[in-house]
Design a protein around this ligand. Structure first.
Ligand code: LMR
Length: 339
């Protein structure tokens, strides 16, 4: 494969994005004078994010009597991790819910604090940060790039998979692990002696199938709905890190809404995020149960001693990456969690 066809493919894709943005610079669907919200995400519909997005659509359309329409583009059907932020900024979509790990790449490394391994012991811990003053401050910062941060919601804790059990730090040596575009996650695998490969979520299954990568990490709901079990013989319930999302809107779109419409959208989103948070845990448990039933992948649980060794092995990530995230912020988070 040469670089040239890829480069021209990327140019064509960007030109297409620009054309979409030009053709649809406003969100009014003229004939019925309705407002259209295009909401893109990269996961399957039966995941916590997919279900919360569908709930948002139902609530907005019901509460606006159909005056506001929400079109959901699930499963990276229009935009994947590499171009969805650009699509949002150009106005080709109005809303997204990227994982928090994907904001570092666009200039917000502070969001990568959520990727620090073994930082959170429970979802309650996560909420003390995301739903507290630190989380609110991070959302406000998104304004720097013409984005409006509207709220957070959970998927859950990540588990590790490969074609061998990952129980001890040495099990990671030399493994090519697919990672999200987060320097903290890349560092986590590098200190374990693995080779992190950053890929869009939508390419992960294929990369596992073709051997481009040999392992990955995700909550079970993402692992199962992508049928990654077909290419991974072993899954370790490591709970070593967290995946959650921030809902973001294009600021021009947000400001173009009437006060009444903005209130309808905001209240629907609040309720959809509450719903997403309520079902996230059970969706992951359901996915784990289905995976067990399928019998395709061996499931391992870490003993307390194995977990402690893994936790110890990734500690250098804190010193290495605190500066990138913001050392004072990392300290504030740690003090909030363990006063
Ligand atoms: C991933 O890229 O692994 C996840 O962020 C996908 C998602 O949105 O849950």
């Amino acid at each position: 494969m040469t670089g040239l066809p890829l480069a021209s493919a990327a140019r064509r894709r960007l030109a297409w994005l620009l054309l979409l943005a030009l053709l649809a610079p406003v969100t009014i669907v003229h004939a019925e004078a309705r407002v259209l919200i295009r909401f893109s995400h990269v996961v399957a519909e039966e995941t916590p994010k997919g279900l919360a997005a569908n709930r948002f659509k139902a609530l907005v359309e019901q509460r606006s009597d159909g005056r506001i329409r929400v079109d959901i583009y699930p499963g990276a059907s229009r935009y994947n991790d590499n171009d969805e932020m650009e699509a949002l900024r150009l106005g080709a979509v109005e809303m997204l819910a990227p994982s928090l790990s994907k904001f570092g790449r666009i200039g917000f490394p502070e969001f990568e604090l959520f990727d620090l391994p073994f930082l959170f012991d429970s979802i309650e811990d996560v909420r003390r940060i995301s739903q507290g003053p630190i989380g609110r401050r991070l959302l406000v910062q998104l304004g720097r790039q013409g984005l409006v941060g509207l709220g957070y919601f959970d998927n859950g804790f990540k588990q590790m998979s490969a074609n061998r059990p990952l129980l001890e730090p040495t099990d990671f040596l030399g493994l090519r692990m697919r990672v999200q575009s987060s320097r903290v996650i890349a560092a986590q695998f590098r200190v374990l002696g693995a080779r992190p490969v950053s890929l869009p979520f939508s390419e992960t299954r294929r990369a596992l199938a073709t051997g481009v990568v040999e392992g990955t990490e995700n909550p079970v709901s993402n692992f199962w709905t992508q049928r990654m079990d077909q290419y991974q013989t072993d899954l370790t319930l490591s709970r070593h890190g967290y995946i959650g999302y921030a809902v973001v809107a294009n600021r021009r779109f947000w400001q173009s809404l009437s006060d009444a419409d903005r209130e309808v959208v905001s209240s629907a989103l609040r309720d959809a995020l509450d719903f997403g948070n309520r079902i996230a845990g059970t969706q992951n448990e359901k996915a784990l149960e289905e995976l067990r039933q399928a019998g395709t992948t061996r499931i391992h649980t870490l003993s307390p001693a194995q977990r402690a060794r893994l936790r110890q092995a990734v500690q250098p990530v804190y010193d290495e990456l605190a500066g990138r995230i913001d050392a004072a912020l990392v300290q504030e988070v740690q003090e909030t969690l363990r006063p």
